[in-house]
Design a binder for this molecule. Structure first.
Ligand SMILES: [Zn+2]
Length: 345
């Protein structure tokens, strides 16, 4: 046979492999596949061949054309991807990789974790409870009287589902995390120390400092012989852990139905260290939570023996803690899903 296709294929392969630029590659394409190229020449010779040779040469020529076309295409891709003008889809394994986008916990989740973590260090255990509650757990057992304004439907979301425990009343969306205290006291025998994060709901109009849903963290410690000084020591340790070692703390007398005595907790402003600035409203102090000794009426409501146990309780707003810690002045920004805000934390 006039053509040795095996040899031609091997030679074409070598020439294409040795080629190092697109211009030379184009010259090779013309040499093999062009109008005056080798394959045209082979196909042109077909009519002059014998009947036995014709199919063999035709087959060999087709195979050679396919192989050369494939090699030229592959080489072209390689040469294009290594030049800057190459198409974007080509892969250069020597370039640094593109790191995938990795998200992170929302700022409120981070604060919840930080606060719960601080109390876990002090021996507390994280617990949670349902967001749909009974009026007994949310109000009655917490010594909130039947005519208290917070029970009004203007201050609490009532559901249409009837309360299975109390005829004529409906279930509600908890307006505080405190009902979880009631559930846990019914479930556990003292001593125990729990920290309870969760969402709470109130029909408040949304503005810079109010929302119909927000987060609270509630703590409860019950044992025999727990004193007010335990409460003060515990909260001092917590405040210094969260806001820094130099933080000072003070109690202001207050009233909560479920604790007696009750207090509001202020810390020295971490911006001005008590001198007065715009964050603390020139007061030098920042209000961060409410606390007190568990009211004996609450122990009575959950069926504890009279006079046997004492306990301490405290609660704080998570959004408020985040706003204080990072100087954020609008509660709405936490739920607007603005990535420019969220990725700062
Ligand atoms: Zn200040």
């Amino acid at each position: 046979m006039r053509w040795d296709f095996e040899k031609l294929t091997a030679e074409a392969g070598q020439e294409i492999a040795a080629c190092s630029d697109l211009k030379t590659l184009e010259a090779l394409r013309v040499k093999f596949l062009g109008r005056k190229g080798l394959l045209t020449e082979i196909y042109a010779s077909l009519p002059t061949l014998s009947a036995e040779e014709k199919p063999l040469v035709g087959k060999g020529a087709n195979e050679l054309r396919n192989k050369v076309t494939q090699l030229l295409e592959e080489k072209k891709n390689i040469l294009e991807s290594s030049s800057s003008s190459g198409p974007a889809h080509s892969i250069d394994v020597s370039l640094p990789g593109v790191a995938p986008l990795v998200g992170h916990a929302h700022i409120l989740s981070q604060i919840v974790e930080e606060i719960c973590g601080a109390f876990e260090h002090l021996g507390f255990v994280v617990q949670d409870g349902p967001e749909i509650e009974t009026e007994f757990n949310n109000f009655t057992a917490l010594n909130i009287p039947a005519d208290h304004p917070s029970r009004d439907s203007f201050d609490t979301f009532y559901l249409e589902t009837p309360d299975p425990d109390q005829k004529g009343r409906n279930l509600l969306l908890r307006s505080q995390t405190s009902p979880v205290q009631i559930r846990l006291m019914k479930q556990f025998k003292p001593p125990f120390a729990v920290i309870v994060p969760g969402k709470v709901y109130r029909p408040d109009a949304v503005d810079a400092s109010h929302s119909f849903v927000f987060h609270q963290i509630e703590g409860l410690l019950v044992d025999e012989d727990i004193k007010f000084s335990d409460l003060k020591g515990l909260l001092t340790a917590f405040c210094q852990r969260l806001f820094g070692d130099k933080t000072r703390m003070r109690f202001r007398p207050h009233y909560f139905p479920f604790t007696e005595p009750s207090a509001e907790v202020d810390i020295s402003c971490y911006i001005c260290d008590g001198k007065g600035c715009s964050v603390c409203g020139k007061k030098g102090w920042l209000e961060i939570m409410g606390c007190g000794m568990v009211n004996p009426k609450v122990f009575e409501a959950v069926g504890y023996p009279k006079g046997k146990y004492t306990g301490l309780a405290f609660g704080m707003g998570v959004e408020r803690m985040a706003m204080l810690k990072y100087g954020i002045n609008d509660i709405r920004i936490f739920s607007e899903n603005d990535v420019r805000f969220l990725k700062q934390f």
